[in-house]
Design a protein around this ligand. Structure first.
Ligand SMILES: *[C@@H]1O[C@H](CO)[C@@H](O)[C@H](O)[C@H]1NC(C)=O
Ligand SMILES: *[C@@H]1O[C@H](CO)[C@@H](O)[C@H](O)[C@H]1NC(C)=O
Ligand SMILES: *[C@@H]1O[C@H](CO)[C@@H](O)[C@H](O)[C@H]1NC(C)=O
Ligand SMILES: *[C@@H]1O[C@H](CO)[C@@H](O)[C@H](O)[C@H]1NC(C)=O
Length: 291
């Protein structure tokens, strides 16, 4: 009895201590797991959304190098130099006060061979145009050139009195006229239009009221820079929904015709969206048969 009692007591005590340790361990494990979870979530948030010049720089250099690897004709480009020329356009500046000229050094740094007869402009047809050029070599948009490919889908800006690059909290496309991203696309579009030569194509949207929209980059920048000395013709492909919607007689397209140099041959063709979709799903179809 004595013996048992004396034995039982410490055993109970030991069990209590064991329970206490196990409980503490469980709590500690939970705390550790939660801390790791917080850490992961936190670093994920930081890496994808917070100002991070290092991430933007890496993204841009990686995209630049991938493009050069896949497009031998652009191998004369230096991605580090492109990054530096890009960065100087907006770092330390009010993100609503970056004129398109700020990107002049960038455009002068990028070496881009003109691709006469294959240049494809677009307005309000972004998806179908890129689905098409992704499958075909016969046409090239700005987003298929080095600088357009690199910046496509990215957001960036600087801040006054800061040497940092931000990827969030930047003004949106219409928040102010001269915002960092919009000015870049205006400047890159201007360069793309300046280089246009031979037969030029423009894919416009026949499902909207004004296919040649007066506020579009195509109208405000690109068409204005077309040079009749280098361009032979402008062919408008008006993408329609089964021949409904606007036609080539649309007043906005007459405005386009008036806008361009009369020496430049103009033609327009309404093409059903399904015909272009067919060409996208059958890449062996000759490009000339797509519209
Ligand atoms: C160059 O390579 C990229 C992929 O890295 C591709 O998306 C792009 O269309 C290519 N551009 C040309 C001009 O072939
Ligand atoms: C935007 O920049 C252009 C130069 O590219 C300048 O002429 C114009 O005044 C600027 N507009 C505003 C609202 O700052
Ligand atoms: C034309 O514009 C409408 C409205 O923005 C859009 O829904 C449609 O996808 C566009 N069509 C093409 C071929 O991009
Ligand atoms: C910004 O300036 C600080 C202090 O001059 C410097 O330590 C830092 O490396 C700079 N950062 C960038 C992204 O240039």
């Amino acid at each position: 009895m004595e013996h048992e009692e004396s034995h039982r007591f410490p055993r109970k005590k030991r069990r209590t201590r064991l329970c206490l340790i196990m409980g503490l361990c469980a709590v500690l494990s939970l705390v550790v797991i939660f801390a790791i979870y917080l850490g992961v979530v936190h670093s994920h948030v930081l890496s994808s959304y917070s100002p991070s010049s290092e991430n933007l720089k890496k993204t841009i250099i990686d995209k630049c190098e991938a493009f050069i690897q896949n497009n031998k004709s652009s191998s004369a480009n230096n991605c580090q130099k492109i990054w530096s020329a890009f960065e100087q356009a907006f770092v330390g500046r009010d993100p609503c006060n970056v004129p398109m000229e700020a990107y002049d050094p960038l455009m002068h740094t990028v070496i881009q061979d003109p691709v006469c007869n294959r240049m494809l402009f677009w307005s309000k047809t972004k998806k179908i145009v890129h689905d098409f050029t992704e499958k075909r070599d016969c046409f090239l948009t700005l987003e298929d050139t080095l600088v357009g490919f690199i910046m496509n889908g990215l957001t960036w800006c600087g801040k006054e009195k800061s040497n940092e690059t931000f990827t969030t909290g930047c003004p949106g496309w219409t928040d102010c006229v001269n915002n960092t991203v919009r000015s870049f696309w205006n400047r890159a579009s201007a360069a793309f239009a300046d280089a246009a030569c031979g037969d030029v194509t423009a894919m416009l949207n026949g499902s909207i009221a004004t296919p040649f929209s007066p506020t579009s980059i195509f109208a405000t920048i690109e068409v204005k820079r077309f040079k009749a000395a280098k361009i032979k013709s402008l062919s408008v492909v008006l993408v329609t929904k089964e021949n409904k919607g606007t036609t080539c007689d649309d007043p906005s397209l007459q405005d386009l015709q008036k806008e361009i140099d009369p020496k430049l041959k103009y033609n327009c063709k309404a093409v059903p969206e399904s015909k272009i979709q067919d060409c996208i799903s059958h890449p062996d179809t000759a490009c000339g048969a797509c519209w």
